[in-house]
Design a protein around this ligand. Structure first.
Ligand SMILES: C[S@@+](CC[C@H](N)C(=O)[O-])C[C@H]1O[C@@H](n2cnc3c(N)ncnc32)[C@H](O)[C@@H]1O
Length: 274
């Protein structure tokens, strides 16, 4: 490829791509767009398990966190089955959010879950966090909510594929409605939607059992070199939780990934006492 793509364009090509099941997704920007086919063919040649290459031509956007995709080479489809940590995830990339980059985070959370816990996953997508937890821990139930009907359809399919019936409960709804209405309060709440996590924090606290519970809070934060993104997120979460009168402790914090120049995805594990 170095012989065909001029050096000045090569340095601007964002050359990272994801492989989801047998589909590769390349992020195409204004520089790499014209080389989409060429890059796609190179990926197909290098990865024999890849049967489809799609170009991502928009950022993830909207309530359902979808991205615009265009077909580049291979079979013309957007559905696949992805394997991760011994689990199978069926997904239509055109209709549902999916990121293989969160695999470590899903395993990390699963390892924290105690025997007999009840969990609320407020933004469950096709069920990845919930299913990894159900397969890797002795959790009793994970109420798994998503507002996107297609994501919930695939979540039900994934419950079947992974034989976690009765332990992962797919629910199509706005998470705040479920958090308010849950008859059985929970030990732990997952909030894997940075765009809404701060606004939905009061509902997460409301869903917890009296006593001590956990919230796994995900956010995006901008931070210059001289700033600490973890401290910036803690600052705004502290203000919010104090305004709710909750007693809490930040037990763990980490940068999950960098999402752009000076932008970070951050997770806080917060213990909350009520
Ligand atoms: C970043 S994705 C979730 C990723 C998922 N946890 C995973 O590991 O693949 C966020 C999800 O939240 C859903 N969502 C957005 N607003 C919501 C709301 N108010 N209530 C419930 N789900 C919502 C979107 O449809 C999307 O599937």
């Amino acid at each position: 490829m170095m012989e065909i793509v001029p050096d000045e364009d090569l340095k601007n090509i964002y050359n990272s791509f994801d492989i989801i099941g047998d589909i590769a997704v390349i992020r195409l920007n204004e520089y790499s767009k014209k080389y989409g086919q060429l890059i796609a063919q190179a990926i197909m040649k290098m990865h024999h398990n890849v049967k489809v290459v799609l170009g991502q031509i928009s950022p993830v956007h909207g309530e359902f966190r979808l991205r615009k995709l265009e077909h580049l080479v291979g079979e013309n489809r957007t559905t696949t089955i992805h394997k991760e940590s011994g689990c199978l995830f069926a997904v239509d990339l055109n209709k549902c959010y999916f990121s293989p980059r969160l695999f470590y985070e899903r395993l990390r959370i699963a390892k924290l879950v105690g025997c007999g816990e009840t969990i609320l996953n407020m933004f469950a997508g096709v069920g990845c966090f919930s299913i990894v937890i159900a397969k890797k821990s002795d959790v009793e139930k994970v109420y798994s909510v998503d507002v996107n009907p297609d994501a919930v359809w695939f979540m039900r399919e994934n419950v079947r594929l992974n034989s976690v019936h009765g332990r992962v409960i797919p629910i199509e709804s706005d998470a705040k409605e479920i958090a308010k209405r849950l008859r059985q309060k929970v030990d732990r709440v997952l909030m894997p939607l940075p765009e809404k996590a701060l606004d939905y924090l009061p509902y997460a606290v409301e869903a917890l059992k009296p006593g001590c519970g956990w919230i796994h809070y995900y956010d995006f934060e901008h931070a210059y070199k001289c700033e600490d993104p973890l401290e910036k997120v803690k600052h705004k979460v502290r203000e919010k939780l104090e305004s709710l009168g909750a007693a809490f402790n930040f037990r763990f914090a980490r940068i999950v990934r960098s999402t752009g120049p000076n932008w970070y995805q951050v997770v806080l594990d917060i213990s909350v006492s009520k």
